[in-house]
Design a protein around this ligand. Structure first.
Ligand SMILES: [Zn+2]
Ligand SMILES: [Zn+2]
Length: 187
């Protein structure tokens, strides 16, 4: 076990129920991660959000005070637990790290991916961690194509590809069926 694994294990052991952490505990968690990987304090705030829908967290910068505010999607953490909480904090802290280095508009480009991997030892790039919040997965019975949705869809939906290939005919066999999210294994 290397030093980093040991650090993460210790963090994990300190968390009973991730989604029930107080906000100062959330901040402490983020700060410990930042100090460990970046060697400096994380200046700012970490709070829960019940409003984020399709992402695990987000970050806003306060340029005048040189700090940042990370919001964490509580339902996401309820669903995926503390491993994922640590991963999404690493993700947001990578944004912060680049922001502190005056790289305002880095997005999720190569520099972001590199920093996330090399400094924070994570590969939790947005698309990957957002994906799971699209918890309703629909499958085409014919071509097995997948459509992911953040909401449950109550009307009939058809596979666009199969319908198109069949001159727009909406046959029953092109109807997409839901697969229960709980059967989808975590990475
Ligand atoms: Zn991001
Ligand atoms: Zn299809």
């Amino acid at each position: 076990m290397d030093h980093q694994d040991f650090f993460i294990e210790k963090l994990m052991a300190g968390i009973k129920e991730a989604s029930l952490l107080e906000e100062d505990e959330l901040y402490n968690l983020a700060n410990q991660i930042y100090v460990y990987y970046a060697g400096e304090d994380f200046l700012g705030l970490v709070t829960w959000s019940n409003r984020l829908r399709t992402s695990g967290a987000n970050i806003r910068y306060n340029r005048s005070q040189q700090n940042a505010h990370i919001q964490v999607n509580r339902s996401y953490v309820e669903k995926f637990g503390k491993t994922e909480l640590i991963e999404i904090l690493k993700h947001e802290l990578t944004h912060y790290y680049l922001y502190k280095r005056k790289k305002w508009k880095h997005g999720h480009g190569p520099e972001f991916v590199k920093t996330l991997k090399e400094i924070f030892k994570s590969d939790c790039v947005a698309a990957k961690y957002n994906e799971e919040i699209y918890r309703y997965h629909y499958y085409c019975q014919t071509c097995h194509g997948v459509y992911k949705s953040t909401k449950r869809i109550y009307r009939k939906i058809f596979c666009a590809k199969c319908v198109k290939n069949d001159q727009g005919k909406m046959k029953d066999q092109y109807q997409m069926k839901i697969r229960d999210s709980d059967t989808i294994s975590r990475k």
